[in-house]
Write a protein that binds this ligand. Structure first.
Ligand SMILES: [Zn+2]
Length: 493
């Protein structure tokens, strides 16, 4: 019998405001959609935290034996600079600024996104669709919404009629807003506005002649509104109603509210049973922001190339740090917090490395079955990773006592302990064992010294093919060599 039959999961559902028992639509199968990045700049650490939270959820559901179809999109068109359907497309703007093709912007930052999350050990989603690859599907939904009377065309653009929708639906139910309040708090429409109400949002925007990203449609050349792509792609791959929709807290309104409105207007069904929102990451107690320099990129943490932290931290330590907070809590990143996480991470890895060598006895002083269930209880309670990690350290304490001959463990229990720890640390939390033991590090230094010597000899003989080959292949292994005044040094990423 699969594990999920014995391990009921409760999920904090933003739609009900409660922890609801998770019951998928199709027994044993889960459909999960997460709003992916808009690829117009290097991926933010805050976004990494959101995607890591859903990676952990994906991993745990898989661990329980569910077959999960996890869809995480790439926004490569249609995301305007502000939520009022004004300003330029973020990708087109960057393309103009850097004088390159929009698809070059998309390619550059998609590669950066994938490289970064791979370092942080995120599993690839089952499907990673793009907005530009689903223009036809988006046009079909617009036609459908127009036909049902919840949208109108104005001067080559199409807008969703929020007021009309709200007459027999509840616009604002996810974010706890009332349309009447929103109306009183917004500015009046001006004569130039094409919208009937300020709350209406674009399903299709007419492309001005200078706009580089454009597609033909029944309403003329244009591009889809940002909210629409997620409705099109989630419906296409997961069905009109699916299990879990996730994203960052900042997407709850208007993005997710608009997704609900679009789906309900076109299919008449509620699109999602469990809405999940991950909280934000702050830096030294303040909101991260590029304009105030209170900002750090993942690569700057891994390399140590920054003015905020005292030293580099490995991706595994950063991941462990993030897993120490519940995904719905605000998490603050600081040098002290990362140092504490690094200590904890090393302690956990030391215990895991030493578990093989534990002596076994006739009986166990540590109730493994009860401890194991406490680990599941933590995860079943809305994926409570900090409580799970506290349980893992409870096991570490016992491992250390057994090492010191102050406690004993039976051979059966030792196997169970090893198995459970491996499952939770590596499979569920996705923490990699990147600790290099002292022996390994001596060997590595020796091998590197040899390679650097060979490379220097090659360079002296002007054999640049060999010297470049050594450098490039080391880079592929995550080892950088630097030539300085005092000779050649190396660093491991
Ligand atoms: Zn989305």
């Amino acid at each position: 019998m699969p594990l999920y039959k014995h391990q009921p999961v409760r999920i904090h559902n933003s739609l009900t405001g409660k922890k609801d028992l998770f019951e998928p639509i199709n027994d044993g199968h889960v459909g999960m959609y997460v709003c992916g990045p808009t690829v117009y700049s290097n991926v933010h650490l805050g976004n990494c935290r959101t995607f890591m939270s859903f990676d952990m959820i994906f991993r745990y559901l898989k661990h329980l034996g569910y077959k999960v179809r996890y869809v995480r999109n790439i926004t490569d068109a249609g995301h305007l600079e502000n939520d009022a359907d004004e300003g330029e497309d973020k990708i087109a703007k960057k393309a103009k600024l850097e004088q390159i093709e929009p698809m070059e912007v998309v390619q550059r930052y998609t590669v950066d996104f994938h490289n970064t999350i791979q370092k942080l050990n995120l599993l690839p989603p089952s499907i990673e669709p793009t907005a530009t690859g689903h223009i036809i599907e988006q046009i079909e939904i617009i036609k459908d919404i127009l036909e049902k009377g919840f949208a109108y065309e104005a001067n080559g653009s199409v807008y969703f009629d929020v007021v009309k929708f709200n007459q027999d639906h509840d616009y604002g139910k996810l974010s706890g807003r009332k349309l009447e309040d929103m109306i009183t708090n917004t500015r009046e429409l001006t004569a130039q506005d094409e919208k009937r109400n300020p709350q209406d949002f674009a399903l299709w925007k007419k492309a001005e002649p200078q706009h580089i990203m454009r597609w033909p449609s029944p309403w003329g050349d244009g591009f889809p509104g940002w909210h629409l792509e997620c409705t099109a792609m989630s419906t296409k791959y997961l069905g009109e109603t699916f299990d879990i929709h996730g994203g960052g807290m900042d997407l709850k309104f208007p993005h997710h509210e608009c997704e609900i409105a679009q789906a309900e207007a076109s299919t008449g069904k509620s699109p999602v049973n469990y809405w999940m929102h991950a909280n934000m990451l702050t830096l030294n107690g303040k909101k991260m922001s590029k304009s105030t320099d209170n900002n750090i990129y993942p690569s700057e943490i891994f390399s140590g190339n920054n003015t905020i932290l005292s030293k580099p931290y490995t991706p595994a330590v950063v991941r462990f740090f993030m897993m120490q907070a519940h995904y719905t809590s605000i998490l603050d990143l600081s040098d002290e917090a990362l140092q504490a996480s690094e200590k904890g991470y090393n302690r956990l890895m030391d215990a895991l490395d030493g578990i093989d060598g534990l002596k076994t006895g006739d009986k166990s002083d540590f109730d493994i079955a009860a401890w194991k269930q406490r680990c599941y209880d933590a995860m079943n309670d809305d994926f409570n990773t900090p409580i799970l990690i506290a349980q893992l350290f409870d096991a570490v304490k016992h491992i250390n006592l057994i090492k010191e001959d102050k406690e004993t463990i039976s051979s059966e229990d030792k196997d169970e302990l090893t198995c459970t720890l491996n499952a939770f640390v590596y499979d569920v939390l996705g923490i990699e064992n990147q600790s290099i033991t002292k022996d390994d590090s001596n060997t590595l230094s020796g091998v590197m010294e040899l390679l650097i010597d060979i490379r220097n000899e090659a360079r002296a003989k002007k054999d640049f093919a060999t010297s470049d080959k050594i450098r490039d292949q080391l880079v592929e292994l995550g080892i950088q060599i630097k030539d300085g005044k005092d000779g050649t040094t190396f660093s491991v990423n």
